[in-house]
Design a protein around this ligand. Sequence first.
Ligand SMILES: Nc1ncnc2c1ncn2[C@@H]1O[C@H](COP(=O)(O)OP(=O)(O)OP(=O)(O)O)[C@@H](O)[C@H]1O
Length: 313
Amino acid sequence: MSAIIEVDHLSKQYANGPRALDDVSLNIDEGEIVALLGPNGAGKTTLISIICGLVVPTGGTVRVGGHDIRTDWRAARKLIGLVPQEITLEPFETVMNTVRFTRGLYGAAPDDAYLEKVLRSLSLWEKRDAQTRELSGGMKRRVLIAKALSHNPKVLFLDEPTAGVDVALRREMWQVVDQLRRDGVTIILTTHYLEEAEEMADRIGVINHGTLLLMKPKAELMGEFGKKHLTIHLYEPLERCPPELTARGLTLSADGLRLGYDYDTRSDRTGIGSLLAELSGLGIRVRDVSTKQSSLEEVFMSLVSDEEKEGAA
Ligand SMILES: Nc1ncnc2c1ncn2[C@@H]1O[C@H](COP(=O)(O)OP(=O)(O)OP(=O)(O)O)[C@@H](O)[C@H]1O
């Protein structure tokens, strides 16, 4: 597989602003789906905006389909579609005219047969004559995607496609992305939701303070960070944690009423059954068991604290 996007030592220092990107390098292969995760202000939008030619970098290079985005921007831009975070549609325009107009803006020749294919793939064909103001929130988001696909790009950027939308709409967006994946579109999306990255991406990149902390295949990342915390609530308080349980890595809360255990969501599934059996064997009565998946926040905390420790070393 060949890289359709090549980002090499990219930096961005905003005038009178922060260093939003610091020496970021990454390659994205054709047909891949990559999720960029990061807290607010991490530099995700800056990275996407530079690749799309909307923000000028301070250093480094970006090539899209082999075309340098600065010296050969026209050819690079043709290969890219961007779905912005905000819904920006002309309310009185029809769906079909909206996508026709956007295609024209890219300088592409009219091609209603191609636009029909795009609208059908996004389940918007029946709504082609509806004004955009008449559409539901989910449909409006799909029109934004149709606009971004209107000039037949090879790469699609989705900037926080499900920010602030409900669970049903989020799932609908995931299905749309899955369909695009089957059509062979390369997709780069930014998100705050680990769950969303897990659902859609082949590879996940984590950005913090303008630095790409890692870029790994999803399975590898989830294996490393997909930890759960198990809390076992007891009927009677324990004075101390029995050595058998300490050996298993369990800890006891100060009030003696809760045992805590961090486990790996992938490999430790069977271990919990045997743990509960062991508690019963020790005569410890369990009132309740609760689990908490490590959140994106915690993933970041662990990454950032590792980064700081390395910096201090
Ligand atoms: N035009 C600008 N001028 C000055 N500073 C900017 C500009 N755009 C972004 N920044 C700053 O650059 C940093 C990175 O911002 P960016 O929008 O790229 O982050 P982000 O990861 O996309 O955040 P979010 O998740 O909130 O969208 C932030 O500190 C932001 O305030």
